[in-house]
Write a new protein. Sequence first.
Lengths: 126, 634
Amino acid sequence: MTRILLVEDNPENRDMLSRRLIRRGFEVEFAEDGEEAVRKAREGAPALILMDLSLPVMDGWEATRRIKADAATAAIPVIALTAHAMSSDRERALSAGCDDYDTKPVDLERLLGKMQALLPGEGLTQ
Amino acid sequence: MSADTAGGNGASKEAHRLLESAPISVVIVTDDGRYLYRNPAHNEMYGYKPGELPRRSSEMWVDPAERVRLLKLFHQTGELRNVEVQHHTADDRTFWGLMTWQRVEYNGEPALAGWMYDITARKEAEAAIEEARALAEQANQTKSEFLANMSHELRTPLNAIIGYAQILQEDAEDAGQDVMLPDLKKIESAGKHLLGLINDILDLSKIEAGRMEVYLEPVSVPALVDEVKTLTAPLASSNGNRVEVSIDPGVASIQTDVTKLKQSLLNLVSNACKFTKDGRVGLDVRLQDGAEGREIVFEVADSGIGMTPQQQAKLFQAFSQADSSTTRKFGGTGLGLAITKRLCNLLGGDVKVTSEEGKGSRFTITLPLRAAEVWNSFEGPAPEVSGPEQAATILLIDDDPQVHDLLGQMLGREGYRVEHATSGPDALTMVQKVRPAAILLDIMMPQVDGWTVLSALKRDPNLAAIPVIIVSMLDERPLGLSLGAAEFLTKPIDRSRLVETVRAHAGPATGVVLVVDGDAAQAAQIAQAIAETGRSAEAVSNSRAALEWLRKHARPSLLVLDLDVALGEDFSLLDALRADENLKGVHRILLADRELTPAELGYLSGLSGTLVSKGEDVAAALVAAMGDQSGAAA
């Protein structure tokens, strides 16, 4: 089963997105802030990370930079998710090392498409 | 008026009458302020009752600190010309006077003559305008911030509404409760509609507040058009439309902001699909010669319901769908075209429409092939300056916006303040204004190339000292250095090499502290103490040397001035510094070794700066004050 790390501080968003991903056959692990994300990326070795950008403790940009700077986690694809649908956020996310970018509210089909493009070989389990 | 009037020895009666009936105040006083002559307009302006004749000139009627400043100015330049001064009158009014004072000879003795107009009405009008402007600016700022925050606050709960509506639909499908689906679908689509509105309003308010930023990058037109076609395919097929795309073979890549162009095209194509049933929507892309060079044209034509001329006239205004029933019937926010037009304008182009009711509409977006070329012609989006106020400034001259973006980020990360110029002529104007610590110069630019800019810089004695680092595709190092460049770097730029070179020639990003103290030894000692805190400092020991230093160097990050040099006996360095636009925002620390007079305190109160007493350990006190100041600035 493909394991995804969902980094999101808002409990409702976490609940919604994880339920829908689980329904599609993913295993979902959570982190609620950037620091936890960096730690769980290393410990849990997820297949892909969905990263909210405005996070407490350490924001998503910084967390992504650390994940991409660490040889152990650098290869894990990161998709940034943010409510700020501004092109400057897109630039910032990509320059922090995110592999792709999507805006909230999540359009599940679109997001799944982006995830599939980044997941190595196995694709979706559905 | 008796013996001490201007009608005295030698002056004609006519001249005297002219003075007596003049509508402006005329006075003649001795050097120590005794009146020799005052005309009636003067008495009236100052509110003297008939027969009430003070012996001294107007000193009691002007704010003491202002008076000190004016006297200094007078002694410095030998006159005062058209100075605006606020006065208090004998009968407790205030008025503004436009004042001129000159040295004259009166009855064979040296004297001072003063002329003054009452400009109170003008000053009051100016103040009212300024106040209204400040209020309007503040209100606009508040509005923009409110909208930005509000939209975020609104989106968060909407997110949950839309998301849970979707989850419930999926749950209902799984549980076979299809009867609930239509209602859940309505919650979702109403939520999405509201979200669209909020996003549109936010976009519009950002554009109108001048806060929409433009990111230029090479964009593949065929790929973009393909994406637009894919994204609008569901909407097109739901109305039975076919979307036909044609791209001229010459069209490849353009320099533009992909997000904004995509949003504009999506708006036009989805509108066309929305207002057309079982018809054709065409998206044609071609190049053409416009008045200002090559242009790219995106034409979206449909065979839909079309519009009357009246409907077309207000099409691009906010909240003006053809009529409100349109919104009910076809959906949408009514803001899409208003936003599209503003986005196209932001990209240096425009959007136009032709339409016939019942036959269809044709929308045409025209953009310059290289948006970068119009980049400078409008305000707002160009990244004019970045980096902290106090930091050393680097002027970046390059015609390629990507280079600005890249090098700007590299230098910004090091703490430098970066100013951007995209052409040679712009650069030469800006360099006078910003006086950078170093210049990064591209060679291959259209019209005026980097060599020309370099030799113009080196020819100007005031600019020749600014180090110029050439950043070019071609390795022409010997030529560059022989023309006066400090260093030559080839593209692609190696980040650490760039930073190292800039630091070597521009000094540290924190900038230089200039110390001015009449005691050269003390100046050097203070500079040494500052240097020990990790900032670089230079010392000079008089006003002239200070001005000379400022003329030749980049703007310092901080000025440390000895009080007596700063106020000067016959020349106020502070006044000279205050007049220098380039020093705006540079903090001043004044070192005082005596009590200040009330007049001096009054004079200083108008300046932004910190006062430090010279105690036992000047350097330590100063470093402490500097810490406060840099803390406040951060």
